[in-house]
Design a protein around this ligand. Structure first.
Ligand SMILES: O=C(O)CCC(=O)C(=O)O
Ligand SMILES: [Fe+2]
Length: 314
């Protein structure tokens, strides 16, 4: 029984490591749910801060609850000065220590963010498709797939309201983080189409507030039936690259992230100046290290014009 494999901690237990069996479960299936990772009291504080962040975010441009999908993400940013707990969630040992364990060594974290989802989410992994950029490995044989089973990164998702199969819980395709399954899914015609969210045999990660879901960036996921404005907080980590291919993929990932944030932002462009997070005014040493790593892999290098250049013709 799964319940015996993944431990349910006592409410409010502070867990900064997983058991060996939990890591094995994550490695095998590509995701894991940690029950009661946050206590009820903590969830109250987190939810209050989140609601404040929502208020600030949508003060001038109201949330669009009638959009058909979340294609245009309605994201909420956190800052050290306005929402200090959420702004530093990725630096909480209950997150980053577990990420280090799952990614097997040095990691690169970045600021978490919030989202109010609208409608279903189509099937996708959180990884840049092969060959998306001109800079992608070019002198490899045609059948070469840059994507290996390298444990590229993971995401921590915290849903602030109970979600289940019909109300927007994340569904995942267990083991789809591994080749050849990952690549075979890419070949299924229409797999990422909106009408096919129902069609694949996903495992439903129903959660209660306080539970967190961790999934491998390569694991395919989707969701169905969420209410408009379904709140979620996420934080992502990458493994520090160990080979040139991995370094290249991370560079492309940062580049792609900027493209997406520009495409989906309401302003149609990325912010001009460093975010408050990246200024690290409180001089958090962990954050300072991650900022250096991000600099090393080009996170701060791209602007709209050079991105246009880098993007392949469709
Ligand atoms: O909750 C959802 O509907 C989608 C979440 C997702 O795709 C993600 O966090 O990467
Ligand atoms: Fe995703």
């Amino acid at each position: 029984m799964i319940h015996n494999i993944t431990e349910s901690s006592e409410i409010g237990d502070v867990r900064t490591t997983l058991t060996r069996t939990e890591v094995q479960y994550y490695d095998t299936f590509g995701f894991i749910i940690l029950r009661n990772h946050f206590s009820k009291d903590e969830m109250k504080i987190i939810t209050d801060e989140f609601n404040y962040a929502v208020e600030l975010e949508f003060k001038d441009k109201p949330f669009e609850k009638d959009l058909p999908t979340s294609e245009r993400a309605q994201c909420i940013s956190f800052t050290d000065s306005t929402t200090p707990i959420l702004a530093t969630l990725a630096e909480d040992p209950r997150y980053y220590k577990i990420a280090e364990q799952l990614l097997g060594g040095e990691i690169i974290g970045s600021q978490g963010g919030g989202c109010l989802y609208v409608g279903d989410t189509r099937w996708h992994p959180d990884r840049v498709p092969d060959g998306r950029y001109k800079t992608a490995v070019i002198d490899k044989p045609k059948e070469y797939s840059r994507y290996s089973n390298h444990n590229f990164g993971c995401k921590f998702a915290l849903y602030l309201e109970a979600v289940d199969a019909n109300t927007g819980a994340l569904r995942v395709l267990p083991r789809s983080h591994q080749q050849p399954f990952y690549g075979e899914l890419r070949k299924i015609p229409g797999i990422t189409d909106a009408e096919n969210v129902h069609s694949l045999p996903g495992f439903v990660c129903a959660t209660e507030p306080g539970d967190i879901l961790i999934f491998n960036h390569s694991c395919w996921h989707a969701s169905l039936g969420g209410k408009s404005g379904r709140p979620m907080i996420s934080a992502g980590y990458y493994a520090y690259p160990r080979t040139e291919d991995q370094a290249q993929e991370l560079r492309e990932t940062y580049m792609h992230g900027k493209t997406l944030s520009r495409k989906y932002s309401r302003e149609g462009k990325e912010p001009e100046s460093l975010s408050e997070y990246d200024q690290n005014l409180n001089q958090c040493p962990l954050r300072a290290k991650w900022i250096e790593y991000k600099r090393e892999f080009g996170y701060y290098d791209y602007n709209s014009e050079s991105l246009e250049e880098e993007l392949k013709e469709p």
